[in-house]
Design a protein around this ligand. Structure first.
Ligand SMILES: [Zn+2]
Ligand SMILES: [Zn+2]
Length: 235
């Protein structure tokens, strides 16, 4: 078959599959959307009342005590939404229910509320190889790839930032335990990041410990500016 014929057959199969198995909203189950507008409208924006560095909620918008004591390795971290309600369900579907198709819908929602950032490169927080094999995809990369398309930014290959050791799940750990848990967990490639400004993308941040440690690796490899962004923040 010619390339053109193959493409037409592929498109026809694609249409047929969509008729047979239309996308279903990951949170309410409505047919026709990966994530329907009603569920997206319920996402709760984190807003601008945050620490200007780590992006934690901060009514007076001044630098928070934690950042005063110890500046993070990144320049700025911002999250789009609170980790609750339909957004929490959607994130769960993206991470644990194989719904990698949610990357674009969620990235569109992020791009709507986060200010556009100028940078040379966009990099996702990597998964450890074992978990990547288990899950089949990196949920942070689903978001970063879609954001790179939306913002017309170069996206890094998987060797730009790697996880050099497996870390325990962060749930139920204190801030200090989280810091220790992710210490030296990442390594970055100078070829990719030296003298570049980098946007680092993750799905959810709680204390920012993972992003901070990944930023340390990027900094060690010569990154000049590091902006962290996450879909959600657990507050
Ligand atoms: Zn819905
Ligand atoms: Zn702070």
């Amino acid at each position: 078959m010619s390339n053109r014929t193959t493409e037409l057959v592929r498109q026809a199969l694609d249409k047929g599959l969509k008729l047979l198995f239309p996308p279903q909203c990951a949170t309410c189950g409505r047919l026709g959307w990966s994530l329907c507008p009603r569920c997206v409208a319920e996402f709760y924006e984190l807003g601008a009342r945050v620490c200007p560095i780590c992006g934690d909620l901060r009514e007076d918008r001044t630098v928070c005590p934690r950042c005063e004591v110890q500046r993070p390795h990144y320049d700025q971290l911002r999250s789009a939404f609170r980790f609750q309600g339909t957004l929490r369900d959607a994130t769960h579907a993206l991470k644990y229910e194989g719904r990698s198709d949610l990357g674009l819908s969620l990235a569109l929602a992020m791009a709507r509320v986060l200010p556009p950032i100028q940078a040379d490169l966009i990099v996702p927080i990597p998964l450890h190889q074992d978990r990547l094999v288990q899950r089949g995809y990196n949920q942070a990369e689903c978001l970063s790839q879609a954001l790179a398309d939306l913002w017309v930014l170069p996206h890094a290959d998987t060797d730009a930032l790697i996880r050099v050791r497996h870390t325990e799940t962060q749930v139920n750990l204190t801030f200090q335990e989280r810091q220790q848990n992710v210490a030296d967990a990442f390594s970055a490639s100078e070829d990719w990041v030296a003298n570049r400004s980098v946007i680092l993308v993750d799905d959810v941040s709680t204390t920012g410990a993972t992003l901070n440690e990944a930023a340390a690796a990027l900094r060690a490899a010569g990154a000049i500016q590091i902006f962290g962004i996450t879909l959600a923040r657990a507050v």
